[in-house]
Design a protein around this ligand. Structure first.
Ligand SMILES: Cc1cc2nc3c(=O)[nH]c(=O)nc-3n(C[C@H](O)[C@H](O)[C@H](O)COP(=O)(O)OP(=O)(O)OC[C@H]3O[C@@H](n4cnc5c(N)ncnc54)[C@H](O)[C@@H]3O)c2cc1C
Length: 600
């Protein structure tokens, strides 16, 4: 078996850290307690280990291919996607009214991690379909919801997200695709979209493209962007005027087709009236498209963060297996038994612990974010909904930015643990490294996440939300001290130092940002890494506390001891990075600006 789902750790994250029991008290989630979660995760583990994971390596060797406007996915993908759909996995988190299972994100996130560990390329298709469903649930008309959501929930149709154009990447204000209103209320869409994940494929009967475009005469910039549904095949069976022109050859996630889509080149002459232009249907109001698309983007940003955790977990598992097997030298203290593996070397253990601590910390952070999302949507009290929504929105750039940046570190360490064999494709670990490389780029680069964290989530309210999060961290420190014991006290001290580093950086962003935004944004990515490190460390601190209590009660001894050790490692090796990040934010802006542009 190439991958084993970490069901016990996922259950720990969602039960003990995210508080699944509390989520299950929310209206609509009454049946989603720990028993349900365990059953769903066990089944997700079985399906993905047996069906989806074995196709991961295949996808790297036999990527999706393009011929004459059609895309053929990796052999096995189509059948696996059928099984995925028939198993009801696409509908896991979506409302029962549309054929879904209506489970909370707190459980759904764990299944997303397992699916992505099994196969990042395969998982992208459901990931984007989830986002399209969420966008239509928020902004689609009742007719649009009925026409598209049940088919997507059933996995018969899939969804895409069409933002990017050659001149419009991070800057969506530059979108040029145009939409021409038609007498019947529909629109005709013209333009080129690039980098569209699963923009064309052979795994479903229809593809529902959600497309950003400008209606003629719309205001310049982001205020003039509207959102359209453009199905590949129209309701009467007509092939719409949207065509895949090519797919990209990539560094990683090779099985996931990345399409160039041409809208309205007139190749579909059978369209009503024989006129060119892809038939599109406006979602919500004209010029509000970016706000609706943000629903899809936020869902996808969170999910891409989970992709980071997923690839990190798989890379870690592979590194552990290799470190046990590979025999090379004796450890300096002579503790390596004859035939013992490199796992006995202290530095190899350091690498494995770094990988494990980063992965578990990010997993815990994502689980807590998922529970906040559920409360933000389902809590009966409006204030509680608002507070959870604000907390979730603060966490999204951390889940996306920090978890994906650390996934690169983890995947790189996995290569390092393998030595020279890590650099050789046949070992398989190089694929994780290459696959992970996209995660800090798509769905908004780390810089774009960091800009969001600084602008919308920190300085806009004068640092109030960031300081409220810090206050919750301080409360955890108090609980650790009250619990007593060397590990808890040491963890509390490290957490306090990291929290202070964060507060210094928040103060800098808020104060300096007013007069000199360039200086604040010069430190935006270090600030994001600091905040992510701290919040993941905070969850590891909470994990340590729970694990010590469980140990005292004699529960799951091996697992709880490992959790305490991993949390201690995070405290000693990962949390101290926040000090350096603080200095880069607070003292580093001048040296970024000091180099004249012509000197580069
Ligand atoms: C495999 C793959 C799949 C993709 N899937 C999709 C998809 O399904 N749908 C879709 O619409 N798009 C998709 N994309 C596009 C992806 O979201 C963009 O590539 C990404 O948002 C970055 O845009 P860009 O490539 O134009 O880079 P640019 O925007 O040109 O960025 C280049 C560099 O400049 C930096 N930069 C740019 N602006 C700023 C700023 N304001 N502040 C600080 N730094 C900045 C960036 O951080 C980056 O380092 C995909 C891309 C790839 C490669």
């Amino acid at each position: 078996m190439s991958y084993r789902a970490p069901v016990q750790d996922l259950m720990f994250a969602i039960r003990d850290l995210a508080g699944l029991d509390e989520v299950a008290t929310l209206p609509g989630f009454e049946d989603a307690g720990c028993e349900t979660a365990q059953a769903v995760l066990d089944e997700a583990a079985r399906f993905n280990e047996e069906v989806v994971a074995p196709l991961n390596w295949e996808g790297d060797k036999f990527p999706s291919s393009f011929h004459d406007g059609h895309v053929t996915t990796t052999p096995g993908f189509k059948q696996a996607f059928r099984q995925f759909a028939e198993g009801g996995w696409q509908g896991l988190q979506h409302p029962a009214a549309f054929g879904g299972q209506g489970l909370p994100k707190t459980i759904g996130f764990a299944c997303t991690e397992i699916l992505n560990s099994a196969n990042l390329s395969f998982a992208l298709c459901p990931l984007l379909t989830d986002g399209a469903i969420e966008a239509l649930l928020t902004a689609g008309s009742p007719d649009q919801q009925q026409a598209y959501i049940p088919k997507m929930v059933a996995g018969e149709w899939t969804g895409t997200m069409n933002l990017t154009e050659p001149q419009a990447g991070s800057d969506l204000a530059a979108v040029r695709t145009r939409a021409e209103p038609q007498p019947d209320g529909s629109y005709r869409i013209f333009g080129t979209k690039i980098f569209i994940t699963y923009g064309e494929h052979d795994m479903a009967d229809n593809i529902v493209h959600l497309v950003l475009a400008r209606v003629a005469g719309a205001p310049e910039g982001v205020k003039g962007i509207s959102l359209f549904i453009v199905p590949k095949v129209l309701a009467d069976g007509t092939r719409n005027d949207v065509h895949c022109v090519s797919i990209e050859h990539k560094l990683g996630i090779k099985a996931s087709p990345t399409a160039v889509l041409q809208y309205g080149d007139g190749t579909a002459a059978s369209l009503p009236g024989g006129a060119p232009g892809a038939v599109g249907y406006l979602v919500g109001q004209e010029n509000q498209g970016l706000a609706y698309m943000f629903v899809m983007m936020n869902a996808a940003r969170y999910a891409v963060g989970v992709q980071g955790i997923a690839v990190a977990e798989r890379a870690y598992q592979k590194a552990v297996a290799y470190a046990r097997d590979r025999v090379q030298g004796r450890s300096v203290d002579g503790s390596t038994p004859p035939g013992g593996g490199i796992v006995h070397h202290p530095d190899v253990r350091r690498m494995l612990m770094t990988m494990r601590a980063l992965t578990e910390g990010c997993r815990a952070m994502a689980a807590v974010a998922a529970a906040a999302y559920d409360a933000a949507h389902a809590h009966p009290d409006a204030d509680a909904r608002a507070q959870n929504q604000a907390f979730y929105e603060f966490l999204v750039p951390l889940v996306k930015g920090y978890s994906t940046e650390t996934s690169l570190e983890v995947a790189s360490l996995a290569v390092q643990v393998h030595g020279g064999m890590g650099f050789i494709e046949e070992t398989g670990v190089a694929q994780y490294y290459r696959d992970a490389r996209i995660l800090t780029i798509y769905e908004g680069t780390t810089a774009i996440q960091a800009n969001d964290l600084v602008g919308r989530k920190t300085t806009r309210d004068g640092g109030a939300l960031a300081r409220a999060v810090a206050a919750r961290i301080e409360a955890t420190e108090g609980e650790l001290v009250a619990q007593g014991g060397a590990a808890a006290r040491a963890m509390a001290a490290r957490l306090a130092a990291a929290r202070q580093a964060f507060l210094d950086a928040v103060g800098f962003m808020v104060e300096r940002g007013k007069a000199d935004p360039g200086a604040a944004y010069a430190g935006s990515v270090p600030y994001l890494m600091l905040a992510g490190n701290l919040v993941a460390g905070w969850q590891m601190a909470r994990a340590l506390r729970v694990a010590e209590q469980r140990l005292a009660a004699g529960e799951d001894e091996a697992f709880m001891r490992a959790k305490v050790a991993t949390a201690r490692f995070y405290a000693d090796h990962i949390l101290p990075r926040t000090g350096a990040l603080r200095d880069a934010v607070v003292d580093g802006a001048e040296s970024i600006a000091a180099m004249p542009l012509e000197a580069f």
